[in-house]
Ligand binder design. Structure first.
Ligand code: GAR
Length: 212
């Protein structure tokens, strides 16, 4: 079994997509061993509990330094033999010690086509607000490896979604979640679990061509 830890902070729709794809066997030989929430009372935690997945809250606000938070996260994962950490709407930064301990084993889903509308302060609904203010006709989602900065690691998959006239940040967010995030996040997990993603500098290569 390929063992996932999923880090969350919000509603948990991306976590749910992973749960559903495991349940319907599109993701085979993959299990979610634990969910870690960066705050209390998230929808994501409820989804994990409903699915019978071990969920811990490691509340960012309980720690007054990045180092202390990293240490608590590392302790939560110790002895779990995690193969991949998936940041699925996780809104806290991971520090250098944590990222180095899990080098090339952390991925993130971001709700825009990176490098547009990403970086510090652009998370959740904000990238969609920024995209509409800018007037782009296409936005989308990106799955990328995580390094020590916000949204800068090598890109694994991206999917574009049309911006429609009359879109609000909320309608655009929903369409991007449904048409892009919930598709490419499970795909990226499947590719990595199958050993089909190679990283070379900023580039990633999918071995075996087209995604199946
Ligand atoms: C998703 O749109 C995700 O891409 C975004 O937050 C939302 C979480 O939704 N993540 C970021 O902005 C990270 N930079 P969810 O909790 O329902 O999966």
């Amino acid at each position: 079994m390929f063992r996932l830890a999923v880090f969350v902070s919000g509603g948990g729709t991306n976590l749910q997509a992973l749960i559903d794809r495991i349940a319907d066997n599109s993701l085979r030989d993959i299990e979610i061993c634990c969910v870690i929430a960066s705050k209390y009372h998230t929808g994501a935690q409820q989804r994990a509990e409903k699915a019978g997945i071990d969920c811990m809250v490691v509340n960012r606000k309980d720690f007054n330094s990045q180092e202390a938070y990293d240490e608590a996260l590392l302790t939560s994962l110790a002895d779990k033999n995690i193969d991949l950490i998936v940041l699925a709407g996780f809104m806290s930064l991971l520090g250098s010690r944590f990222v180095r301990m899990y080098e090339n084993k952390i991925i993130n889903i971001h709700p825009s086509l990176i490098p547009a509308f990403c970086g510090h302060g652009l998370y959740g609904i904000r990238p969609h607000r920024a995209a509409l203010e800018y007037g782009v006709k296409v936005s989308g989602a990106t799955v990328h490896y995580v390094d020590e900065e916000y949204d800068t690691g090598p890109i694994i998959l991206q999917k574009a979604v049309e911006v429609k006239s009359g879109d609000t940040p909320e309608t655009l967010q929903l369409r991007i979640m449904q048409e892009a995030e919930q598709i490419i996040l499970p795909q990226a997990v499947a590719l990595i679990a199958a050993g089909r993603v190679r990283i070379s500098g900023r580039q990633t290569y999918i071995i075996g061509g087209e995604i199946k």
